[in-house]
Design a protein around this ligand. Structure first.
Ligand SMILES: [Zn+2]
Length: 310
């Protein structure tokens, strides 16, 4: 990691691509919801799903949207705040080094921490927009959220099929913006991979599309994807362990610690939960985390964090 920090300080990395997964949000208290056993799925038992991941199957949704809506009530952004890792990525942008961040997360925390739209690819979609799952006619996201929160099913004004937030389900196409990767990855001069298992395609293969001389830095709890191979490819580096701790160390090596702390405290004080983001989500009901109070901004290391994508 030190050698990558050195390259950045030398000005050799000006087109950094970041690939991020669930592990960057565990420090914000968000479990990897695609993994059964994280608590979120316990609420779904009443629906007798054939298998837990069916909740993200578009065919199943078409048949019965209620299990997903039940889960969505807990997943809608508003309960959580970005953490240090998100602000590290924002600092990459602030320094003019970020080409793009590709996130697999649907929690919206990259956007919340201030990474601008044109730097962000939410590859698995988000709750920010909604549309008909059948004819794709768009639907006001706030109305969809209000309906789902009050246990109603939003329906398409055009074809009367069920409306869903534009979160990408298994069996659905990725957003158009994802295809920016065809330009971005060949152009990258540093790839940082954070908090992802690299098990879900197309992300798993994507990291192999940077030029072979480009350094790749994996920050994760475990070695994943091409980083499991011994010896590592020349130019590959990995730093294993608690992601937030690792990212703090990297920031220190870069001399950015003070600036990130400052940015984070300014931003997080401005956006006190309860005023804007907390309001629509007063009663998650099914979250299992109970109550409507947002978690503290600075989190410790919960048990959930330990379940970071392996
Ligand atoms: Zn429709």
């Amino acid at each position: 990691m030190a050698s990558v920090a050195r390259l950045v300080k030398l000005g050799r990395c000006r087109n950094v691509v970041v690939v991020a997964g669930a592990g960057i949000s565990t420090a914000s208290g968000i479990p990897d919801f695609r993994t059964p056993g994280t608590g979120l799925y316990a609420n779904l038992e009443q629906y007798k799903l054939p298998y837990p991941e069916a909740v993200f199957s578009i065919d199943y949704f078409s048949d019965d949207p209620l299990p997903f809506f039940s889960l969505a009530k807990a997943l809608y952004p508003g309960h959580h705040r970005p953490n240090y890792i998100h602000y590290f990525v924002r600092m990459l942008h602030h320094k003019g080094l970020l080409l793009r961040v590709y996130t697999q997360n649907i929690d919206g925390l990259e956007r919340l921490c201030g990474i601008p739209e044109d730097k962000l690819v939410e590859a698995h979609g988000s709750f920010r927009t909604a549309s008909c799952h059948l004819c794709y006619t768009s639907y006001p996201a706030a109305e969809a959220q209000a309906a789902i929160m009050s246990d109603q099913v939003p329906v398409c004004s055009f074809c009367a099929a069920t409306v869903k937030p534009d979160v990408v389900f298994f069996g659905e196409d990725l957003p158009q913006k994802y295809f920016l990767h065809a330009e971005d990855f060949p152009k990258a001069d540093l790839l940082i991979i954070m908090g992802t298992s690299l098990q879900i395609e197309p992300f798993a293969s994507l990291v192999n599309t940077v030029r072979s001389t480009v350094p790749r830095l994996l920050l994760n709890r475990h070695a994943v994807g091409p980083f499991q191979r011994v010896p590592l490819r020349r130019g590959d580096h990995m730093e294993l362990g608690d992601l937030e701790v690792t990212v703090r160390r990297l920031a220190q090596m870069l001399g950015w610690s003070g600036e990130i702390e400052e940015l984070m405290s300014t931003q997080e004080t401005q956006r006190r939960p309860g005023s804007r983001s907390g309001r629509m989500l007063a009663s998650p009901g099914v979250s299992g985390r109970g109550g409507s109070s947002p978690p503290p901004l600075k989190t410790g290391h919960s048990e959930e964090e330990k379940k970071e994508a392996a």
